[in-house]
Every structure is written in C-alpha cells, then in structure tokens.
Design a protein around this ligand. Sequence first.
Ligand SMILES: NC(=O)c1ccc[n+]([C@@H]2O[C@H](COP(=O)([O-])OP(=O)(O)OC[C@H]3O[C@@H](n4cnc5c(N)ncnc54)[C@H](O)[C@@H]3O)[C@@H](O)[C@H]2O)c1
Length: 259
Amino acid sequence: MRTYVITGAASGIGKATSELLQERGHAVIGVDLKGSDVDADLSTAEGRADMVEAVTEKSGGTIDAIIAGAGLSTPTVATAKVNYYGAVGTLEGLRPLLVGSPAPRAVAIASMASLYPPDEDLLHLFLDGAEDDALARAEALAASDPQTANMIYGTSKRALALWIRRHAAREQWAHAGIPLNAVAPGIIRTPMTKDLTATEEATKSLLEMVPMPLNGIADAIVVARLMAWLTSEENTHLCGQVVFVDGGSDVVMRGESTW
Ligand SMILES: NC(=O)c1ccc[n+]([C@@H]2O[C@H](COP(=O)([O-])OP(=O)(O)OC[C@H]3O[C@@H](n4cnc5c(N)ncnc54)[C@H](O)[C@@H]3O)[C@@H](O)[C@H]2O)c1
C-alpha cells in the first residue's frame, strides 16, 4: 500500500484518480477547497503552507507520491495563482515528505492548451520573475478582451510544463530518485468542461480548436490511469516528460516539429 496526495481531489480528474488508487488498495490524502481530506486554498502562499502542514500531520511525515491536479480554467488571475503557483507550491512543499519513500513519484496536470501561443510576458514572469509581477500581468490580461484573457490558462499550463522540464533532472528530483513528470490532457469530461460540451454544436466547435482524432473527448478515468502508472513503482525512468493524453491534438498541432 502506498500513500498518495492528490490536489483537486474533490472533482473531475482528481476525484477519478483518487477513486482508482483507493480501489487498488492505496491510501489517498485528498486536498481541495472543500469536500476532501484536507481543505486548503492553493491560490495563496498561506493556503499552500497550511496544506503542507496538514498533509505532514495526516501522513505522519512520509508519502509515496504527489499528484498536483488542482486547477481552474477561468480567464482570471485566480487561474494564474492555482495552475502555476498552486501546482509548483504543492510539488516543492510536499517534496520533503517523499524522501522517506522507497519509490517516490510526482506528477502534475498541465494541458494541451500549453500548445497555444502564450502571453510571453506572463510566461517569463512565471518562470523567472516575482509572483507579484506575474499576478499583476495576469490582472492586466484578465481586464483585456476575452481572447487575451483566455491566454492566462494556456500560459499557466505552458509555464507548469516548462517548470517540470527545468526541474526534473535536478538534484532535488532525479538525483533524489524521484521521477517528476506531467500529463497534458486534451478535452476531458469533467465539471470544468461541462458547459463547453453541453450541446452538439458547442462540442463540434470545441473539437475544431482541440482536434482529437483518436476516440474524441475522454473520461476522467483515462487521465487517472496514466497518472496512476506515472506515480507507480513501475515508473523508474520517465524523467521530465509531458505526456499528452489528448486523442491526438498534440500530433495534429505539432506534427514532427518536436524533433
Ligand atoms: N477537463 C479538461 O478537459 C482538462 C484538460 C486539460 C487539463 N485539465 C486540468 O486537469 C486538472 C483537473 O481538472 P478537472 O477537469 O478535473 O476540473 P474540476 O473543476 O472538475 O476539478 C478541479 C478541482 O480543483 C480544485 N481547485 C480549484 N481551485 C483550487 C484552489 N484554489 N485550491 C484547491 N483546490 C482548487 C477545484 O475545487 C476542483 O475540485 C486541472 O488542473 C485542469 O486544468 C483539465
């Protein structure tokens, strides 16, 4: 039996992953705003610190895997806070608890939306700037036209994917025996996408933006199974990979350009 910490565990992909791992006999410490084992607001530094304290207490100081899944897709500054700082804060804050595990693992949920052109200013501020400056830039985007405001989501996910690439081979992760990876889902049927897939017409236009030639829109369990493997003992050598589980949107959009 392994102990997993899953953020965003009260809904959608986090909930499906939590249920899958529990069915397989593992212990899960779920984290969410409410409705899970640990109530925490991961959009603030204080909320993240409280989360780490509560998880440390509940786990007795050792966990086997972190699944950083909490996220928002609204065109707001809250999305910048949770998707980037919430995820990175979860990974960095809980990493010391992995040290006592015989098979420590970590995964974050990025998105195929990381493929869309980002707001370059916000991207650089996320990765190399101060949090206050990044959030000020996100505020400015949020106050702009809808198309510009929508860039917050894809930019936050691109920054998260790049953070994983930047850190996976470093001392604290690979050298400490911890595979650190991300998944990048296409459209998944969860409360987050409910309105976007409410009608046939809406679904059709969504699939024009996010082409999914392989089996179309997926259920949350599809991502859950992949994250369960990425955080299992079997995953000994995947390092810093951003695994697209997207029915083919990455292949359609990027083709052969990744080499
Ligand atoms: N559904 C999709 O099509 C899709 C595609 C790509 C990536 N994703 C990503 O997958 C992850 C899970 O999304 P989902 O589709 O299951 O959505 P969801 O809305 O069903 O679940 C997200 C969970 O995150 C929690 N959360 C939001 N803000 C939080 C905060 N400040 N503190 C703590 N928890 C917070 C929510 O309460 C919710 O329970 C997100 O990171 C999302 O961006 C989803």
